[in-house]
Write a protein that binds this ligand. Structure first.
Ligand SMILES: [Fe+2]
Ligand SMILES: [Fe+2]
Length: 226
């Protein structure tokens, strides 16, 4: 059931729940863009196995992300946004993305249009991500939603979807900051963290910390106190 405007009800943690949701979505976006960039560096003939693994992993990740948005996030956003057109457009874009995902699932890297189809999926997905991050998310960040409930629904559904679509992958914590810290700690314990890995994790954490999503112009801390 979609989460709706909370109206007069609010809770102390809703601002951090909002940040966690936005981080979750933006992390997925970043991961997808990274996969499309990685694909560009591969040769579909020489690295066909690697290409196939990368493509199938990316498709599964996109499906998890799309389902979360379609089933939970978009319905909640629709009720809270002034411009419902943004959700209509996003849903139509998802239809095109799903079509390409389905085509790729049945394709082998040796097929003539395999690389082209994945690249076009990457171009469409990148365009869609930009619209979500530049238009939809800034608007919804100002909306009064039951963010705690929304976060709970999205976290639970994400686990179910990952189990179904990506059974070999360990479920990830929604917060990149927590995840990066936990990973750092874990790796430190083993004494195996390379300098580069540490730098990458720190970079990722800083990027999220610097993101517009935690900027006061989008999030009014006083709002939860009402
Ligand atoms: Fe989307
Ligand atoms: Fe998205």
């Amino acid at each position: 059931m979609p989460t709706t405007r909370s109206g007069t009800s609010s809770s102390r943690g809703s601002s951090s729940a909002q940040n966690e949701i936005v981080s979750m979505l933006k992390e997925d976006h970043k991961r997808a863009k990274k996969s499309f960039a990685e694909f560009e560096k591969l040769d579909v003939h020489e690295d066909s196995e690697e290409c196939q693994a990368l493509v199938q992993k990316t498709l599964a990740e996109l499906e998890v992300h799309a389902a979360l948005e379609e089933e939970i996030f978009y319905p909640a956003a629709r009720g809270a946004l002034d411009e419902e057109d943004l959700i209509d457009e996003a849903e139509v874009e998802h239809m095109t993305l799903h079509m390409l995902v389905e085509q790729l699932k049945d394709m082998a890297p040796e097929e003539e249009k395999f690389a082209a189809t994945f690249k076009v999926l990457g171009e469409y997905a990148t365009h869609h991500i930009e619209e979500e991050e530049k238009e939809m998310l800034p608007q919804i960040a100002k909306a009064r939603l039951d963010w705690d409930n929304l976060l709970q629904q999205m976290t639970e559904r994400r686990e179910e979807l990952m189990e179904a679509l990506m059974p070999d992958v360990e479920p990830e914590a929604p917060s990149a900051k927590g995840k990066a810290k936990a990973k750092q700690k874990d790796e430190k314990g083993k004494g195996r963290t390379s300098q580069r890995e540490t730098e990458e994790m720190e970079e990722e954490t800083e990027e999220l910390a610097d993101s517009d999503w935690e900027h006061p112009s989008y999030i009014d801390p006083a709002r939860d106190e009402e």
